[in-house]
Structures are given as structure tokens and as C-alpha cells.
Design a protein around this ligand. Sequence first.
Ligand code: ADP
Ligand code: ADP
Length: 223
Amino acid sequence: DQIIEVAGIHKTYGNVVTALQDINLGFQRGELTSLLGPSGCGKTTLLKIIAGLLEPTEGEVRVHGKPVTGPGPERAFVFQDFALMPWATVIKNAAFGLELKGVALEEREDRARHYINEVGLAGFEDKYPHELSGGMRQRVGLARALAVEAEVLLMDEPFSAVDEQTRRKFQEDLIRLRETENKTFILVTHSIEEAVYLSDRIVLLSPRPGRLKQIVAPEIDRS
Ligand code: ADP
Ligand code: ADP
């Protein structure tokens, strides 16, 4: 069940820097893909193109087979700085996407609560962002993306700003969510260890310009 396809993607910044060249990829439901490669190889550029936050110079992004331009509700970009509202509690933040969709208060808080649980933040519903660690804030951002029932979650270096222990826990959460919620994850990383540990598939990009080098599906042993 292929959800996202990118076809013939080229991206040039200001006619000078070719960030991506000839990228063709498909992403299946329930699959966790890591985009891996050294700094500057175009990982973030590709992720933003998939999210619809950046226009490719050439080529197209298809969602369920249909070309799309711009962002859509089926693809959620989980920002690295999480874009939380500092004046609102965890549950209000997690429910915010549903509020925008016009879901009634009780239902949106029920749904937000479910996903707060799923990301391991049960008990923190009434805290404010400044009372949480960086890793916890990130998980509120994830809960918000999950609550609007986006099919595809796009995350740029989601583990870079958190300590080792939080990172492990957050990684376990993603692996579990991928299974329990059948979500599709596309993550950017420059850590080969992280990519091997987490991914069903690793897309390797080579730098200057970013080209597809290889796609590998590691045998995962998380035991
Ligand atoms: P990565 O995420 O793999 O580090 P990026 O996608 O951020 O790579 O960048 C790919 C290339 O495009 C780099 O050479 C970078 O300097 C360049 N680049 C990224 N964003 C811009 C921009 N807004 N304007 C010009 N060049 C950019
Ligand atoms: P070891 O070197 O014995 O694997 P680690 O401390 O690296 O010890 O790993 C302990 C456990 O943490 C592993 O059994 C695995 O479940 C998990 N793990 C290993 N590597 C990673 C990683 N990069 N990210 C998250 N969890 C990992």
C-alpha cells in the first residue's frame, strides 16, 4: 500500500546549489524509512519537499497516486522546535490540530489524551511546555501530529536535541507506534547506528548534489 511517491525530483537553490538530483522513491504504509547521509546531502530538502513545505524545481510528489502541491492533512511535519504554544497545557497543545479542524472540545481532548498516552506522557496533561524537557516537548509535538490522524509523520533529526535515555525511550515509542497505529514515518538522520536500529529501510543520499546512492532494508534485531 504505497502512500507517498516522489518522482523525478530535482531541487536547485537560487540556480546555484543543486541540492537534489533525480530522486525517485516510494513509501509504504506502516514503514519507517530513514533518510541517511552526511551533512549537506539534501536530507532536509527532500523531507520538506515530501511535506509540501518546499517546491521541487522539477518532479512531483504524489499522495495515494495523485500529484500534490503544498502541505496536506495526511502528511504531518513534526518540527524540531515543536512549535508548541507556551501559554497552553500539554493537552491543549496536543488537541490544537483538532481544534483547527472544528472537532468539539470533549472529543478532541479524548483523542489528544489517547495520543499523549501513546507517546508516554500520561500524567503530564496539565503541565505547560516550559515544565517539560526537550524530549517531552518533542513528544507533545508528535502527539499533536498523531491526533489529527496524519498517515505520514515527517521528522527532521528528531533525536538530536535530547539526552541518551530520552532518545532510547522516544525511539521505542516510534517503533511501537509504527506497529500499533500503522503509521508511516520518514526520519532524517546522520547517524548510521540510529538508522540501522530504527528503520525498515534506509535511503542513502550522497552529497553535492544529493543523489540516491542506495536503498537498504536492514534485518532488524531489536532484541
Ligand atoms: P542536509 O539536511 O542533508 O544537511 P540540506 O537539505 O539542508 O542537507 O541542504 C542541501 C544543500 O542545499 C546544502 O548544500 C545546503 O547548503 C543547501 N541549502 C539548503 N537550504 C538552502 C537555502 N535555503 N538556500 C541555499 N542553499 C541551501
Ligand atoms: P550493546 O552495545 O550491548 O548493544 P547498548 O547500550 O548499545 O549495548 O544497547 C542496549 C540496548 O539498547 C540494545 O539491546 C537495544 O535494545 C538498544 N539500542 C541499541 N542501539 C540503539 C540505538 N542506536 N538507539 C536506541 N536503542 C538502541
